[in-house]
Ligand binder design. Sequence first.
Ligand SMILES: O=C(O)CCC(=O)C(=O)O
Length: 261
Amino acid sequence: MKYAVYQMDIVAGEPEQNRQKVKAWLDDTVKNGKPDIVVLPEMWTTAYTLPRLDEVADRQGEPTVSFLQEVAKEYDVHIIGGSVANRKEKGYYNTALVMDRNGNLVHQYDKIHLVPMLDEPKYLSGGKNKAEVFELEGVKMGVIICYDLRFPELVRKLALEGIQVLHIVAEWPAARKDHWTALQLARAIENQMFVVSCNRVGSYDGVDFAGTSMIIDPWGKIVEQGSEDREETLRAEISLDLVSKIRKDVPVFSSRVPELY
Ligand SMILES: O=C(O)CCC(=O)C(=O)O
């Protein structure tokens, strides 16, 4: 499975410009060797322009869902479509979108853990639905959003439900970059799964973001890592056989004794 991760800078509060930016990136990326799956960062249409949500947020995922549908089909790629600020009946959510290459919205997830350090709880509602597994090409996968990475029990739940790849879409600040890298490695090692993350670069409202998107294998080896401050594309081909091999060599899942903790 060939991945391309767009470690992107985001034009704050300009959803249409960001959609066009993603389209241009896809065009270029596909021309230079077509991936199977592409990954975008958190809140990539708006950045953290939370006081302007009324103006910049999607409504029930639109128009971003239609945009992703169109480009998934045009470029024949599955899209882990990062997340968008999303107005629903009862408020604004930070919603991750996953589109398959036929233009089917196969998964949506509202960020459960809102990050106090970026004022999310003041403007957004936390997701009320359980995090769920989805499948692309018959492979079980999951997606979480940024601050969710700090909650290992969320990822373990998805692992117990069989995911082999965890995607993390993020706008993780540079001030806590060491946590970003260490926690991703921990999640990959403890759950023996691939971790594919996409973090933004650049700054907004005095916050610098950490970049350092990563593709980590189930042993905890870093396959690819982005820079801290440059827009770039991370590419890697991952072999899922490695998940079963490592789970056999170090049988963490059959050694668990959950009734004692
Ligand atoms: O947990 C952190 O340090 C960063 C989280 C974050 O920036 C986010 O969830 O958007």
